[in-house]
Design a protein around this ligand. Structure first.
Ligand code: SF4
Length: 520
């Protein structure tokens, strides 16, 4: 194990950054944050990573890729492009099925073990990936990625959406947003950029991102046909998909489940189709009076994904856009199709997760989990929110985090961040921070509810620090240490009360006096 102290890392956290070495694969170094509360043993916390700088040394995954004999590397103008050698099955899912414990699997096993009472074994990770119950999104062309796992039997993950839109924002701002999102605790980012800089922005994000990067290729395909959905074709889409795979995108949302019968069922909704991808497919189907070409070409799509180990996130183009539309026939009809597609992806060895709602009131959340299990088995579910009310524009990071905590406690594997700007405008860095923090809290609360021992250990360490008036330890263990420190302000670390109740009314101080731990 090696160590470096903050603030050399961009992470706005307490403690020091340490690296845990692998045992099966000696060149593994898993970053984590180590906090040593006064009088207690060190506690290791999961660290989502630090954005890479141009002058950083080569990423550790590069060596793992270079020693593989199942992938070929071609030198192109834009750099090395790796893909499967002819006839070889190279995905983490295929390797897991073949009984291989990859460096990526050992890396995530160490990561998931941090702070836990019982270590997660690499063999357990392999088994979960082989069964399709978990995915490790890591494109062969993204050596910068520090592997992470998405699955219900692991820590709940958080994705942050970033991306320039039209004339708003730019490449530099989006890379900065990505760096912030990761520093605040995002486990993956989705680059949803549209506009003229889409390729350059994505390239810059990929080269700096230590986390998996997801996209929606349909957006770039639409741009290639000047925004005219009716001009989309399989050939245009295929070329975009291959280009993004060669660039290193780790997972792609594909709206292959938006079928015409499901669209017909959405006609009488309050807010119709609210997914960008779903709306694009709907326009194409209406213009051509034909079924969704993404559905019809899905096996060919899987061949491309498998050659680069790009995971698929089966998009919920018909997710409800308001609580009135939740759990309707259009939503669940599409979900059944996503289950069918997940089985096709499995045959091709493609790592697969399923996207979920949307806007769902609290009393309808549980049914989503039941329906997901019926349609998609154990495939990880990745949800946007869900937002539990439509009545709080400006605060949808809260409406989404409430639903996110509830559904994650019931088994959702990854939550997509909703920012306070949702429905109102493109989020800036502050909005992304507010959203990531809200969903990091939701994910942690869900881990706690699921009995995750690392979440339990962190809560207990913070509670002991609180009761002992160890303000510095409280801050270091906080999900957002910077805000906790700012609220604590200049108050002395030795204070045995805060300004909330005041010295005479501090209940913990009073109880400690009764217990003999505090002067009366
Ligand atoms: S003053 Fe009140 S809020 Fe502050 S530490 Fe004491 S009990 Fe807690």
């Amino acid at each position: 194990m090696s160590a470096e102290t903050f603030p050399s890392s961009a992470a706005p956290c307490g403690g020091r950054r340490v690296f845990v070495a692998g045992t099966r694969h000696a060149d593994i170094a898993v970053p984590c944050r180590e906090v040593t509360p006064r009088g207690e043993a060190p506690l290791r916390l999961y660290d989502t990573g630090t954005a890479r700088r141009a002058d950083d040394p080569p990423p550790q995954r590069l060596a793992w890729l270079e020693r593989r004999d199942d992938i070929a590397a071609d030198m192109r103008q834009e750099g090395v492009v790796r893909q499967a050698r002819p006839g070889r099955r190279v995905t983490q899912r295929d390797l897991a099925r073949a009984g291989v414990v990859t460096p990526e699997m050992e890396f995530v096993a160490i990561r998931e073990s941090l702070g836990a009472a019982e270590p997660v074994s690499p063999e357990f990770v392999r088994d979960e990936v082989a069964r399709g119950a978990a995915i490790i999104p890591a494109n062969l062309n993204h050596p910068e990625v520090e592997p992470m796992v998405i699955g219900r039997n692991f820590r709940v993950k958080v994705n942050a959406n970033i991306g320039a839109s039209g004339n708003v924002s730019g490449t530099e701002a989006e890379v900065a947003k990505m760096a912030d999102a990761v520093a605040w605790g995002a486990d993956t980012v989705m680059d949803l950029s549209t506009g003229p800089q889409i390729v350059a922005t994505r390239r810059a994000i990929l080269r700096a991102a230590p986390v998996p990067v997801g996209t929606v290729p349909l957006y770039e395909a639409l741009q290639r046909v000047n925004g005219r959905a009716e001009d989309l074709s399989w050939e245009v889409y295929r070329d975009v998909l291959v280009a993004q795979a060669e660039q290193g995108v780790d997972y792609v949302t594909i709206h292959a489940g938006v079928l015409r019968p499901h669209l017909a069922r959405a006609a009488h909704r309050v807010t119709g189709v609210v997914s960008r991808g779903g709306a694009i497919v709907a326009r194409w189907c209406a213009a051509h009076r034909r079924e969704n070409f993404l559905y019809q070409r899905f096996a060919e799509i899987c061949d491309i994904l498998a050659a680069f180990d790009m995971a698929v996130s089966l998009g919920d183009g018909l997710r409800p856009g308001c609580t009135a539309d939740a759990n309707d026939a259009a939503q669940f009809g599409e979900l059944a199709t996503l289950g069918e597609l997940a089985r096709v992806a499995a045959e091709h060895g493609v790592q697969t997760m399923i996207e979920g709602p949307g806007h769902v009131p609290m009393h309808k959340i549980a049914e989503n989990m039941v329906r997901h299990a019926e349609a998609c088995g154990e495939a990880p579910l990745y949800t946007l929110g869900p937002l539990v009310t439509d009545a709080a524009p400006g605060f949808d990071h809260i409406t989404g985090a409430i639903g996110g905590a509830m559904i994650a406690a019931q088994g959702v594997s990854m939550l997509c961040v909703v920012t306070p700007k949702e429905h109102l405008g493109l989020p800036d860095r502050d909005d992304v921070r507010a959203g990531v923090t809200a969903f990091r809290i939701a994910a942690h609360a869900a881990d706690l509810a699921k009995g995750h021992s690392a979440a339990r250990a962190r809560d207990d360490a913070l509670s002991r620090a609180r009761f002992d008036f160890r303000w510095g330890d409280q801050v270091a263990l906080a999900i957002d240490p910077a805000t906790a420190a700012a609220y604590r302000g200049e108050a002395a670390d030795g204070d045995h009360h805060c300004t909330m109740c005041g010295e005479g009314f501090c209940s913990m101080r009073g109880f400690r006096a009764v217990a003999g731990a505090e002067p009366a």
